[in-house]
Design a protein around this ligand. Structure first.
Ligand code: PAF
Length: 285
């Protein structure tokens, strides 16, 4: 595996690749990231991962400084996963000057859910993802990028950005990897105390219960959803969580379901803080 830090080195290294497959990450790799690499490996002739903790997508009070950085262990895991090239830019490689041009996604999608509670987050994500795409895929006729469904809304925002800018990049979705008890794997799980780690599972259980209640009739009854969502949030709050949202949305646009929407085109999404750790999860239904 070749490790490169600058965009020029990356482009030089990939000059002969016909179809690069790219898995962007912020490092601290776990089985979820590795499943994205495994999914991407057969889809092209050069498997590229990036590790970059992107300051632009963190709000001032969030965990940018605290975000786990485990570069040596990540390199070992990437080698094991068959990664050909690791792009690990320093901040000055990706942001050599203040990033005054930014990519602002459509608020109709990016202003919902995560966007409502983390304003600016998707602008930070889109700006860095576009820069990473330009670095990896410049001069290539076609490429593939793999994003996990764990960040469901991020996947949708990146898909719509790729479509609207007519990028020749196929966006492939990877399933959520879960621990044995069902907790969605996340780098932020390592912030949890032992007791919180046990409690953390309740978020996915709450989404499961919400999904079940929402589908109790063959089709969702949209007028009943707000009460079900509020009840799911109250139940988590009663256990000591601070929920941001638990909501059932349409998979196509993340808007509330309409009459007739039902199983097969919905997703239950949730974000809630347990102690000082903010967890997200979702379940396609
Ligand atoms: O999902 C992530 O880890 C990040 O948002 C990404 C896509 C690497 C951009 O910084």
């Amino acid at each position: 595996m070749q490790i490169v830090h600058s965009i020029a080195e990356l482009r030089h290294t990939l000059r002969h690749a016909d179809r690069a497959v790219f898995v962007p990450t912020m490092g601290n790799l776990h089985a979820g990231h590795l499943s994205l690499l495994a999914k991407g490996k057969p889809l092209g002739d050069a498997l590229v991962a990036s590790i970059f903790v992107n300051r632009l997508q963190f709000l001032p009070h969030e965990d940018f400084d605290q975000y786990p950085r485990t570069f040596e262990a990540d390199c070992a895991a990437l080698k094991q996963a068959g990664c050909d090239v690791l792009f690990a830019p320093r901040e000055a490689d990706l942001y050599p000057e203040p990033q005054t041009f930014k990519l602002t996604p459509d608020p109709a999608l990016a202003g919902l859910l995560e966007g409502q509670f983390r304003p600016g987050f998707f602008t930070g994500v889109c700006t860095v993802v576009m820069k990473l795409f330009m670095a990896v895929f410049a001069g290539k006729t076609r490429g593939v990028a793999v994003f996990g469904k764990k960040d469901y809304q991020q996947l949708m925002v990146v898909r719509s950005m790729t479509r609207q800018f007519a990028l020749l990049i196929d966006i492939v979705a990877g399933e959520i990897a879960r621990a044995d008890d069902g907790l969605a794997l996340s780098s932020r799980n390592r912030y949890l105390s032992e007791a919180e780690r046990v409690e953390a599972l309740q978020l996915s259980l709450a989404l499961r219960a919400l999904a079940r209640d929402a589908l109790a009739a063959a089709h969702v009854l949209p007028e009943r959803l707000p009460a079900l969502e509020a009840a799911a949030q109250s139940q988590l709050a009663a256990r000591g969580w601070q929920p941001d949202y638990l909501s059932v949305r349409r998979r196509t646009d993340l808007l509330p379901p309409q009459a007739g929407d039902g199983a097969g085109n919905l997703v239950a999404l949730g974000a809630a803080r347990l102690g000082s750790t903010r967890l997200i999860d979702n379940l396609e239904i």
